[in-house]
Design a protein around this ligand. Structure first.
Ligand SMILES: C[S@@+](CC[C@H](N)C(=O)[O-])C[C@H]1O[C@@H](n2cnc3c(N)ncnc32)[C@H](O)[C@@H]1O
Ligand code: SF4
Length: 448
């Protein structure tokens, strides 16, 4: 497989949505979205996502949409806009809808003060019926977390935290401008548990400067010693043409595609030896975690936050750049905070672009999602479910033959199985079913 990593170093999407964001257009705007919200089924519980695009200091590997702020004023102003946006979306819904999954991402949501957390959660509770069993999850940067802060999160009913680590090795940390001693992470784990926040995830990365196989295994061992319920291991996406600060990472310090493959495999093998269940191509969960149960039950999903057990048919995004997913299609808010703020202050839903999902998109999305989640898909069953002929995808199945020849996948009747040792290639198999993909247009990160 390692030789194939070089052969197939194609740039393909990560399929956190289908169609993917480069295919969104301004034909979908705030008025379209308003109509979609008005049509939502009140019987279905919603998921809510909040984007907080602020950080203290830039990590040089960072691919997220964020900006560095030295004062709280811009965050305080953003918070006021966010509260107004919650009202705008809630006003467009024909009733008080249930919300069962709430997720704060960024940037660093932990830039918000505990008081602002409380205000936002209070506003949400007044405009949505947040269920008693709701998952309230926050991406948390341990470097800026104190015990009082964790208490504030617990008081605001947060019950899941995703902790950014990346790697514990000091030389790697230096090269990515993110100094975070092991003891700091360990202390935050203890505070979270003491305050009842027991759903703890950890983000790690491979493919970073100066990482080696031995260091990646050491990173995994240190991570597991803290017993997180879930671990995500992301392959570093080096896209300096899009993220200027990534130019601070010297390319000669980065592992090549074969080394990346070996690091990813070494980390996965070690995590499985230590009792974690492999979820998709970059997540791992303890067997008693809801992500592992969802995988077992065939109900694992993929959304903008990665793999999820969240089954909601509508995800409403708030904040600059946030993406929403509704039965009718996808929408994305304006990225520049100024445009986002001006629209909300003028009383408009701040949608920059989106896409209507037609029946062909929904059919292909199901195939892509099942492949990305289960590493297999029964094309005949999906086609029957969508009432299309079983030979609808005969051309795509033919196009898979180079991957079949290379043992990346196997086709048996109408079923496609991704080989266990070829999981990182699943994006390539999924891309075969992407009817928008034109490899000449747009640049994505490496599949491996
Ligand atoms: C929004 S950050 C997490 C919260 C917080 N800002 C922090 O860093 O602790 C989300 C995660 O995305 C991952 N990530 C960021 N940039 C990436 C890149 N260029 N390639 C792959 N993963 C990346 C990191 O693992 C990071 O923890
Ligand atoms: S990785 Fe997290 S803390 Fe670092 S710059 Fe990106 S969003 Fe901010």
């Amino acid at each position: 497989m390692i030789k194939l990593a070089k052969k197939y170093d194609l740039k393909v999407p990560r399929y956190t949505s289908y169609p993917t964001t480069p295919h969104f257009s301004d034909a979908v705007d705030g008025e379209t979205y308003k109509g979609w919200l008005a049509e939502l089924d009140p019987a279905q519980a919603l998921s809510l996502y909040f984007h907080i695009p602020f950080c203290d200091e830039m990590c040089w590997f960072c691919g997220c949409y964020t900006k560095i702020v030295a004062r709280y004023d811009p965050i305080a102003a953003y918070m006021e806009t966010l509260l107004k946006e919650v009202d705008l979306a809630a006003d467009a819904l024909p009733g008080k809808y249930r919300a069962r999954h709430l997720h704060w991402g960024g940037g660093s949501p932990t830039m918000l003060t505990p008081d602002d957390w409380r205000r936002l959660i209070d506003r949400l509770r007044s405009r949505f019926d947040v269920t008693d069993d709701a998952e309230i999850a926050v991406e948390l940067d341990p470097r800026e977390t104190t015990e009082d802060y964790v208490k504030g999160l617990a008081n605001a009913s947060v019950n899941r935290a995703s902790i950014g680590v990346q790697d514990f090795n000091p030389e790697v940390q230096q090269a990515i401008n993110r100094i975070q001693p092991f003891e700091v992470t360990k202390q935050v784990f203890a505070w979270l548990r003491q305050n009842g926040i027991t759903g703890i995830n950890m983000d790690l990365m491979y493919g970073l400067p100066y990482q080696t196989i031995a260091r990646v295994i050491d990173m995994v061992d240190k991570a597991v010693s803290l017993e997180p319920r879930r671990i995500a291991i992301f392959g570093y996406a080096h896209v300096p043409w899009m993220k200027e600060h990534q130019k601070m990472i010297k390319e000669q310090t980065l592992p090549d595609v074969e080394e990346r493959w070996e690091q990813s495999e070494a980390a996965s093998k070690r995590l499985e030896e230590l009792g974690y269940i492999r979820i998709g191509f970059d997540h791992f969960a303890r067997p008693d975690d809801s992500l592992a149960s969802a995988l077992k039950g065939g109900s694992l999903h993929r959304n903008f936050q990665g793999y999820t057990a969240d089954k909601a048919s509508a995800l409403i995004g708030f904040g600059a750049s946030a993406i929403g997913s509704l039965p009718q299609g996808y929408v994305q808010n304006f990225l520049p905070t100024k445009q986002y703020t001006d629209l909300v202050e003028a009383g408009a839903l701040p949608i920059a672009k989106g896409i209507v999902t037609g029946s062909e998109d929904i059919l292909r999305r199901e195939i892509i999602e099942r492949l990305m989640c289960d590493m297999e898909v029964d094309i005949d069953t999906v086609c029957a479910h969508h009432q299309v002929e079983a030979d609808h995808f005969s051309e795509e199945l033919n196009r898979l033959s180079p991957y079949v020849d290379d043992d990346i996948c196997r086709i048996d009747g109408g079923k496609i199985f991704v080989s266990e040792n070829a999981r990182p290639f699943v994006r390539l198999i999924a891309a075969t079913f992407d009817r928008y993909l034109n490899t000449k247009e747009g640049r994505h990160s490496s599949a491996v």
